[in-house]
Design a protein around this ligand. Sequence first.
Ligand code: ARG
Length: 472
Amino acid sequence: MTDTTSSQPAKAWSGRFSEPVSDLVKRYTASVFFDQRMARQDIRGSLAHAKMLARQGIIGAQDLADIERGMTQILGEIERGEFGWNLDDEDVHLNIEKRLTALVGDAGKRLHTGRSRNDQVATDIRLWLRDAIDQILALIGDFQKNLLDVAEANAATPMPGFTHLQVAQPVTFGHHLMAYYEMSRRDAERFADCRKRVNRLPLGSAALAGTSYPIDREFVAQELGFDEVCYNSLDAVSDRDFAIEFCAASALLMTHLSRFSEELILWMSPRVGFIDLADRFCTGSSIMPQKKNPDVPELVRGKTGRVNGSLIALLTLMKGQPLAYNKDNQEDKEPLFDTADTVIDTLRIYADMITGIRVKTDAMRDALKQGYATATDLADYLVKNGLPFRDAHEAVALAVRAADVKGCDLPQFSLDELRTAMAHVPGAAERVKDDVFAVLTVEGSLASRKHVGGTAPEQVRAAIARARSARA
Ligand code: ARG
C-alpha cells in the first residue's frame, strides 16, 4: 500500500482549473455537513461496487481487500465521532474516498472506477430512504396498536359526531378513533408502495450514460438488497420522484395527525372537556400558573407545515431540470432528512401520547343532549312507519324548533307534545307511537347503525378485530 495523498490534487477535478474557488463558493457548493448522514450507506454502496469490480476483474483481489480494510477503519472512525469531515472535500462521497486513499493508497483511487458521484449519491439516498421507510412503517404499527387499544376500551362510549362542528349524530369514541386508524392504514400502504420504487439500483449508470467497463449491475443490486436495477442511466441519476413520493406520503400522514391533533386540542379545551392528556405531553405557562397547554399536538399541527413545505420544495427543485444530473439535486437532502426526522419523531411521540388520553365520558354524554343528536333517528322512524323521507325531515325540523322554544331535548317531549309539534306535516303525528322513545335514546341510535362501517358498538369491535387480524 502506498500513501499517495500528498500527490493528490486539492479537488477531485482540480487539474482542469487554474484558480481555486473562494471560501464562499466552497461553502455554498458543499453538502458534507448534511450529507454525512448517509456515510454508512455510502460505505455500503462502495463495498458492493468494489466487490463487483473485483469479481469482474476490473480491480484486483488485493485492491478489494485494501478497500474493505480501509472502509472498516473509516466506519469505526465515523461511529466513534473521530472522522475529520472536511469542507474542502465537498461531500460525504469525496470525504470518504479521500480518507480511504490516505489509508490504503492506490486501491482507494481505484474505487471510483466505472462510477460517478451522480449514481453514487442516488444510490446512497435510496439506501437511506429505504431504512427510513422501514422505520416509519414499524412506528405506524406501534401507533396503530395503541390506537386500537384505546378504541377498544371506548367501543361503546357515546360522544357527539360533528359536521360543521355542530352536533350531528351520536357516534362512539371508539368509532371516531377508528377513523384515524383507517387513515393510518392508507398511510402505511402509501409508504410500502413508495418503498417499491425507492428500492431500485441507480449504480452502474455512472455520470449519465453508463460505463464502458464490464460491470454487473444485478450483482450489486442483490448485494445491496435492491429489488431491481434502474433501467435507464439518464433517468437513474437525475430523477428524484421517489423522494417526492416519500414526502407526499409524509405530508398526508402529517395531515392526518394534524387533524387528530386539532381534535385533541379542541377536546382538551375546558369549553369542550371531552378528554385530558397526560401531563407529560403538556406544558405550563410562564405567566399563568393555572395553564396546562397541549403543546405536543399543537406542534404536530405546526410541524405539518414544514413537511408540506418540503414536498413543495422537492417538486419545485425537480420541475425545471433538463436531463440528466444537475447540481440542483444536491438540495434534495435537507428537505428529505427533515421530513423523515419529523415523521419519525411525531409517530414516536404520538404512539405514546394516545395511551395517555383520559376520556371524560360524562362530558361527552352531556354534549349529546345539546344538539338534537337523534333527530335523524326520529326522521328514520317516521320513514319506517310509511312517511316519505322529505316529509319526515320537515316534521322533525318542526319538532326541533319546538324543542328549541321549550328548551328541552327531543327525548324529553311527551308523546302528545311530539305529535303537536309535527301537526303541520300531514300524516306525521299519527305515525308517532310510544315506541318512538326507544329510537330517540343515544344507545338506540348507536345500536341501529349496525352495518359494516357503522358506529354500532358491535361494528366498532368488529372493525378493531379486523384491524388486529390484518396486523397479525
Ligand atoms: N453532493 C452531490 C449531490 O448531493 C453529489 C453528486 C455530485 N455530482 C456532481 N456532478 N457534481 O448531489
